[in-house]
Design a protein around this ligand. Structure first.
Ligand code: PLP
Length: 392
């Protein structure tokens, strides 16, 4: 599809060619394997002399379509669909790093990514250095002769901290490092890391890409130059996405722009409401002028995202009373759903971090994370307000 075709059109119109049945909506290819016309074709496919599907752990039309759509939105050349976001992240790092290599990463990472970097990779001889997300000058200073990759998550979960992607892209290029960005929180509608020189983009498609909390999935996107090692590792180790999930996600992508736009509008309204409420200690949202890196957020993000974090006066106990007082909003740990979700990261998603690790990334006991959904904003604010009042 031509590059000048707009985001929304690419999301809707990138699809597999229809079958002889001439269906308008692409069906699921729910099959484990594919047949060969004869022994010679089987040999040629296995020898990679001919392109085609062999076995769904390797490739499948439904997962191919999903990746085609996501690549069209991220403006990436190629990709792999994985069973989860964590499979994507693990694959994106281990396909390229070996014993003796060093990884530079933002300290502000999703817990499982942090646990891969600090507990799993060291067992295979891969070391790391964490950089405080606001310390722009520390990146270059901490590059070692063995550094091979920069990994960043922006905005971060749950702190909503952002890093200067253009700066990291420049550093990665200058020092010949792979630049890997977890773009889960932004989605390609808000920012496209490829434009800042990212070599690898990872996603948990479980979140806004699915958008209705139905599937667990992930994706690694990259250039043709770097996808080969990722594809080889994925095919042999087997973290493939099921065709069923890929089919659901392809349909989800068609409405991504519409949904993310409304998530962001609602999140911005909620953030502004919270900022004015005297019971609120602080509120964080990238498009609030009070946000620490507001100018950077405006520069690299189209909108502020679908998440808001805040703390009520009264810390952790108040946060728990607030959550228990909610009547409409859901108490669960996912995000990016049509339904607004409220999470207490210290005791749930980020409970495996030590107190010291949480302190370093500002995850306080009072921090409340809201994934703002698609209900009417008056009803979202109404439930938050009554829970603030009730939790006094
Ligand atoms: C930023 C980020 N990356 C990766 C993941 C992991 O994704 P999954 O749960 O699909 O494995 C999450 C999950 O919350 C996340 O928030």
């Amino acid at each position: 599809m031509k590059k000048e075709i707009k985001f929304e059109t690419r999301a809707v119109r990138t699809q597999l060619k229809s079958s002889p049945q001439k269906e308008h909506s692409v069906p699921i290819y729910a099959t484990s394997s594919f047949v060969f016309d004869n022994a010679e074709e089987a040999r040629a496919l296995f020898a990679e002399e001919k392109e085609g599907h062999i076995y769904t752990r390797y490739s499948n039309p439904s997962t191919d379509e999903f990746i085609m759509k996501l690549c069209a939105l991220e403006e990436a050349e190629d990709g792999i669909a994985t069973a989860s976001g964590m499979a994507a992240i693990y694959l994106s790092i281990t396909a390229h790093l070996s014993a003796g290599d060093h990884l530079l990463a933002c300290r502000n990472l999703f817990t499982s990514t942090h646990l891969i970097i600090t507990r799993v990779l060291p067992r295979f001889g891969i070391s790391h250095t964490y950089i405080d997300i606001d310390d722009d000058r520390a990146w270059e200073k901490n590059i070692l002769p063995t550094t091979k990759m920069i990994f960043a998550e922006s905005p971060s979960n749950p702190g909503l901290d952002i890093v200067d992607l253009e700066m990291l892209g420049r550093i990665a290029e200058k020092h010949n490092l792979l630049f890997n960005v977890d773009n889960t929180f932004a989605t390609p509608y808000i920012q496209q890391p490829v434009k800042y020189g990212a070599d690898i983009i990872t996603h948990s498609t479980t979140k806004h890409i699915d958008g209705q909390g139905r599937t667990i999935g992930g994706a690694v996107l990259s250039s043709k130059e770097f996808i080969g090692d990722i594809r080889f590792t994925a095919r042999q180790t087997g973290p493939c996405m099921s065709p069923f999930n890929a089919w659901i996600l392809s349909k989800s992508i068609e409405t991504l722009a519409l949904r993310v736009e409304r998530h962001c509008q609602n999140a911005f309204e909620l953030a502004k409401f919270l900022e004015k409420n005297p019971e609120v200690e602080w509120v964080k949202y990238p498009f609030l002028p009070s946000y620490k890196r507001y100018e950077l957020a405006r520069k690299q993000m189209r909108m502020g995202g679908g998440l808001v974090t805040f703390e009520l006066k009264g810390g952790e106990e108040r946060a728990k009373r607030f959550i228990d007082a909610l009547e409409l909003l859901s108490i669960t740990s996912n995000l990016g759903d049509t339904r607004t979700i409220v999470t207490h990261p210290r005791t749930t998603t980020h409970s495996k971090l030590t107190e010291e690790e949480r302190k370093a990334v500002n995850i306080t006991g009072g921090l409340i994370r809201v994934s703002v959904g698609l209900e009417h904003i008056d009803d979202i604010i109404g439930d938050v307000l009554q829970a603030i009042e009730k939790s006094r």
